[in-house]
Each structure stands twice: as structure tokens, then as C-alpha cells.
Ligand binder design. Structure first.
Ligand code: SF4
Length: 274
């Protein structure tokens, strides 16, 4: 007799509820397997529990516990069925619910709410190894994690939703995130959100003070205002302008300038250049 359409979702719901309970067990005896109803089982283990449903073709698992326990979860499931484990549902971002993802990802599709994914990505420990080559990676990882956390809380983890915010309001919010200063906030508003806020950096100050257009020691906001009052407020222009400044500063207007060959050589009064 065919199973009613609602049965599988209800059984999975039961498995989710079980997975969100917590039981402590000894490390050498991490699991007790308990059949529940139909083809739904619970694994009572260390930390968050695991639920699984044996379907006609495959097994759906709810939560993966700690990484070191995941192989044991797989073994327990195999003791019940030889059907493949094809899906893993994450109910929670804590390590005792998702640590085993590292094992399951090799053979199962992992499904989770957007917020679970966002909160997992907001872990400095996850980010640091990825950006190790960038230098001071632990500090940067904490800052990136703080930004991802902000993106998740304020905009449901969606950059396109963040981009819909009024640009100065977005800038104000970003400046409240630990580790984000004016230049970083403006880069996010310009490059990620696509709004025309002018980015001021050390290269801007160096080039335009040598050109005699600013002193170079003005506040960030004053330098930004200087450009935004004089340029059309166009995202593409600001984007290109900043790229041109970086290019000029790295090729010609370096700390020790190479004025010969600089495209601004004829115009530049070379203020402060020895
Ligand atoms: S001419 Fe020299 S000082 Fe002026 S912008 Fe070019 S490299 Fe810089």
C-alpha cells in the first residue's frame, strides 16, 4: 500500500526533533541505536543526537555530530540498511551537529537553512586556512567572520538584499561591525553593493597631494567629499577611478616616484617630490 504523502515529512520532522536533543555518553561508547517508528531511527550519542530515515532508495540523515564520531554514525546506519546515505540535513550550526559534515560531504548532499550555512561560514576557524596566504590571516579571518555574521543577521546572508539598502545607511551599519573602517566599508558599498561611494586609500592621498589637489592629511571624510563633489556619482566611474589610482600608484607614483613615463608628468607640479 502506498505511503501517504505526508508520512515522510512527518517522520523527518520527528528525526529533526530527536537530533536537537542532547545526551552525554562515554567516548568509547558514543551511540545507542533506537528504532522509533516506521523506518525512522535515532542514534543517541555525544552532544546533539542523530536521526535517520531509511527511504525506498536512500537514507536521509539529520545532523552529523562531531567529525571524529561521523564514521561511527555511518557504521551504525550500515548495520540497519545497505541503502546509500544520500542526504544530510543540518538543523543547527554548532559543532556537535555539523562537525561530521566533513565526512558526509564525500557521499551525501548536505541541506541546511540559509542561516545555518551563514553561521557556519561565520567561523574564523573555518576561514583562516582559506586565506592563510594573505598574511595576518587570523586577524582577517575574525574580521571576515564578523562581516559574514553581520550579513546573516541583517540581510539573511544575501548580498543582493544588502545591496538594496540605502548606501549611506549601509555604510553606517558596516562601520559598526568590528574591524571594518571607512575604507573597507566604502569598498563593500562600492564593489559588493554597487553604490557610488568614493573609496579613499593611501594611494589616493599620495597621488593627489603630489598633484597639488589636496594636502594629504585631511580626514578620510573630507577627501571623500572632495572627489564626490567633483565627479558624477556613477558606480562604474568610481570603480574604474579607484583601479586607475591603484595602477598609477604601483607603476609610477610609488613611494619613490618614477615621474619619467608617468601619464601625468606634464600636468603634475610634483608637490613634495624631492
Ligand atoms: S608625475 Fe610623478 S609625482 Fe606626479 S603623479 Fe606622476 S609619478 Fe606621481
Amino acid at each position: 500500500m502506498p505511503r501517504p504523502a505526508l508520512a515522510v515529512p512527518l517522520l523527518l520532522l520527528a528525526a529533526v526533533a530527536i537530533a536537537q536533543e542532547h545526551h552525554d555518553r562515554a567516548a568509547n561508547d558514543p551511540f545507542t541505536l533506537k528504532p522509533l517508528a516506521g523506518n525512522v531511527y535515532a542514534l543517541y550519542g555525544r552532544g546533539g543526537n542523530v536521526g535517520f530515515y531509511v527511504g525506498p532508495d536512500a537514507v536521509v540523515v539529520v545532523d552529523s555530530q562531531f567529525k571524529d564520531l561521523a564514521p561511527g554514525i555511518v557504521e551504525k546506519i550500515k548495520s540497519v540498511t545497505d541503502k546509500p546515505i544520500k542526504y544530510l540535513v543540518n538543523t543547527h550550526h554548532h559543532g556537535d551537529h555539523v562537525g561530521g559534515n566533513e565526512v558526509f560531504r564525500h557521499f551525501a548532499v548536505i541541506i541546511g537553512h540559509d542561516n545555518v550555512r551563514t553561521r557556519m561560514l561565520a567561523s574564523p576557524a573555518e576561514i583562516a586556512p582559506i586565506i592563510r596566504s594573505s598574511g595576518t590571516f587570523n586577524v582577517k579571518a575574525r574580521r571576515l567572520a564578523a562581516f559574514v555574521d553581520f550579513l546573516g543577521r541583517r540581510y539573511g546572508g544575501r548580498v543582493e538584499k544588502m545591496a538594496g539598502e540605502e548606501p549611506w545607511e549601509l555604510r553606517r551599519q558596516l562601520l559598526e561591525v568590528p574591524g571594518i573602517g571607512r575604507e573597507t566599508a566604502d569598498c563593500i558599498v562600492l564593489y559588493a553593493a554597487g553604490h557610488p561611494l568614493f573609496v579613499v586609500d593611501g594611494y589616493t592621498r599620495r597621488i593627489f597631494s603630489r598633484l597639488g589637489m589636496i594636502r594629504g592629511d585631511e580626514s578620510y571624510d573630507d577627501v571623500q567629499l572632495f572627489f564626490m563633489r567633483r565627479l558624477p556619482g556613477e558606480t562604474r566611474l568610481f570603480n574604474d577611478y579607484h583601479a586607475q589610482i591603484v595602477g598609477l600608484a604601483q607603476q609610477s607614483c610609488r613611494a619613490r616616484p618614477r615621474c619619467t613615463g608617468c601619464p601625468l608628468d606634464d600636468l603634475c607640479p610634483k608637490r613634495g617630490v624631492a
